[in-house]
Design a protein around this ligand. Structure first.
Ligand SMILES: Cc1ncc(COP(=O)(O)O)c(C=O)c1O
Length: 329
């Protein structure tokens, strides 16, 4: 299988917004988009997207994980960028249509079909720096992706920084600019400290990495930052907290500092949560030039237990008691 995000199904769903209304969405062959060079998105970053997965079950049908929640997050992102907000039923229908059209391309678990709804401002006006795009294109791209942990779940090395990941206004918006903002610090950290990712902790407040949420996990507690506007409200984070509570973990959604994090590293497991990797183990922190191991530096048992609980639902090995899956096929 090709690297994550580089292989695409040959059908996408697409809809256009103009004159105050959405066109009827259609499923079309994957092809380059005809965009005017003055399109708002190119100049003023009017763009947001989503990322989530559909799984193939042994009955040959697809199951999309937490579709309504991802649709709602996309609507919040669109709203915060003053883009036309897609109707929830329309967007969910486009995702279902794309999964249906590409059903044969969903690989067997642990591989899956990654879904990428994307909304861009297409107003042709380079003078609209301080005005929203009143025209937009919405499409849903699908990409078969492999097992993130093929070859084993290697423990990651994170640089702890007091820098901001992005701006206060757009911290919880899934927009391209946030990834652009995190890129410089991440590349510098990789170059200077040979780390995998950066854990952004502005003013000492432990938030998230460039593309995943952060959790501390012991045998009986999960600690993570409570939802606020500074970071992306991950669906994996939310799912792990719900499953963790059911498995008897105490859920501590509270702010914590770098100081507390480094103190807890001796006894707690540290994990990144996100759609791509579910729960990735963190083995080492780098802070002020010093390397601090997380416990013995190896992936821990609680990560494995929580990840398995989540994947068993996604793969159809345990009942979906939360109604998280949408059947397609
Ligand atoms: C900045 C950021 N934080 C967190 C996440 C994790 O979100 P989710 O669990 O919904 O994939 C992602 C991935 O989409 C992300 O890009």
């Amino acid at each position: 299988m090709k690297p994550f995000g580089t292989e695409f199904c040959d059908r996408i769903a697409i809809a256009q917004y103009s004159d105050g209304a959405w066109s009827v969405p259609s499923v079309e062959p994957l092809a380059p988009l005809p965009l005017h060079p003055a399109a708002h998105v190119f100049h003023y970053s009017s763009t947001c997207f989503e990322g989530f997965k559909a799984y193939r079950w042994s009955d040959g049908k697809g199951r999309i994980f937490r579709l309504p929640d991802h649709v709602a997050r996309m609507q919040r992102s669109a709203k915060s960028l003053y883009l036309p907000v897609p109707d929830a039923d329309m967007l969910a229908g486009m995702v279902i249509d794309v999964v249906h059209a590409n059903l044969a391309d969903i690989p067997e678990p642990p591989a899956s079909l990654y879904l990428r709804p994307t909304l861009i401002g297409t107003l042709e006006n380079i003078g609209a720096a301080a005005a929203p795009s009143t025209e937009a294109t919405l499409f849903v791209l699908a990409s078969p992706v492999g097992d993130y942990f093929a070859g084993g779940a290697a423990a990651l090395k994170l640089l702890i920084t007091e820098k901001f990941r992005t701006t206060e206004q757009l911290g919880s918006t899934k927009t391209g600019g946030n990834y652009a903002a995190a890129l410089g610090p991440t590349l510098a950290a990789k170059r200077d400290f040979d780390v995998d990712q950066v854990l952004f902790c502005p003013d000492g407040d432990v938030q998230e990495t460039g593309a995943a949420n952060f959790l501390l996990i012991s045998d009986d507690e999960i600690i993570t930052k409570p939802l606020d506007s500074s970071f992306l409200h991950g669906m994996t984070r939310d799912s792990i907290l719900k499953l963790g509570a059911e498995l008897g973990y105490r859920i501590s959604e509270r702010n914590f500092t770098i100081e507390e994090l480094l103190e807890k590293a001796a006894t707690y497991e540290a994990c990144l949560s996100g759609t791509a990797a579910t729960l990735s183990p963190v083995g080492t922190f780098v802070y002020k030039g010093e390397e601090i191991p997380v416990r013995d530096g190896q992936p821990g048992p609680n990560r494995k237990k929580l990840q398995t609980a989540l994947q068993n639902i996604q793969y159809g090995l345990e009942p979906d008691t939360h109604g998280w899956l949408t059947e397609v096929g």
